[in-house]
Design a binder for this molecule. Structure first.
Ligand SMILES: O=C(O)CC1=CCC(=O)O1
Length: 257
């Protein structure tokens, strides 16, 4: 499949190493807002919208992790960047594992948040793909946001649900469905042993979608892996606990204050 030219925003320090942030399914580059300021102090930060998400064009699904990795490589080529740190959450982390195994020369250090090499969920993602094609992405938004944040956090932060459900509902149905199909077909467990980039796996302690055991599998499976479990965080840990997540990312990427 031809690579999609993705919408991206570059901020931070022009003279610094590059960090690329790759989003979760159903989110867009705004999902990084909470950690952005801390990263911009040390890095040239590239945020982008995965194909069919945010302002990036869709392509007809199903997608594969290789398709998403091709988009990522095309973005680096457009920016004239040979190698970058990659921070990916959920779908972004899955793409990151495939890329790091396939094209190790394009990945410096790797941070994988709230993700998995293989999700043990039966037909759930193909069923979700069918639902969004038939009923739109808004039909899954409430359930998605219930996995992104803990119930107490949603209760205590009015407006978070509305903002994130709107972000999810704005995702193109084909983009969302194609991503679901990429996850349904994915088994990156054989890729883990091929990943040589120093890798930090970050889990949300209360993540119902990709629980800490998935991140433990990744940290144990790569050549040079470590695990951090963030308390009081669900699937969108970078949004619910931005300070703890930013601190873990900066330490792994060797940023000193
Ligand atoms: O939406 C979910 O249930 C969790 C998820 C899987 C891949 C992704 O990006 O989010």
């Amino acid at each position: 499949m031809t690579a999609v030219t993705v919408h991206h925003v570059v901020t931070g320090r022009d003279d610094a190493p590059v960090v690329v942030l790759s989003n979760s399914m159903g989110a867009d580059l705004r999902m990084w807002d909470g950690v952005l300021g801390a990263l911009e102090e040390h890095f040239r930060v590239v945020r982008y919208d995965t194909r069919g998400h945010g302002q990036s064009p869709e392509a007809p699904g199903p997608y594969s992790m290789d398709d998403l990795a091709d988009d990522y490589v095309a973005l680096l080529d457009t920016l004239g960047v040979d190698k970058a740190h990659l921070v990916g959450l959920s779908l972004g982390g899955m793409m990151g594992m495939r890329l790091a195994a396939r094209d190790p020369e394009r990945v410096d250090r790797l941070v994988l948040l709230c993700t998995g090499a293989h999700l043990e969920v039966g037909p759930a993602y193909t069923e979700r793909a069918a639902q969004v094609r038939a009923q739109g992405t808004g039909s899954v938004a409430e359930g998605v946001v219930n996995r992104w944040f803990t119930p107490a956090y949603l209760e205590q932060h009015p407006g978070i649900r509305e903002h994130h459900e709107a972000m999810c509902a704005a995702t193109s149905p084909e983009g969302y469905a194609g991503s679901c199909e990429a996850i349904a077909a994915m088994d990156l467990r054989p890729d883990l042993a091929q990943i040589t980039a120093p890798t930090l796996a970050i889990a949300g302690e209360d993540d119902p979608a990709t629980p800490p055991a998935y991140l433990r599998e990744i940290a144990d499976g790569v050549a040079d892996g470590a695990l951090v479990v963030v308390p009081d965080a669900a699937h969108l840990a970078a949004a619910q606990q931005p300070q703890a997540v930013a601190a873990a990312i900066l330490e792994h990427l060797g940023a000193t204050s």
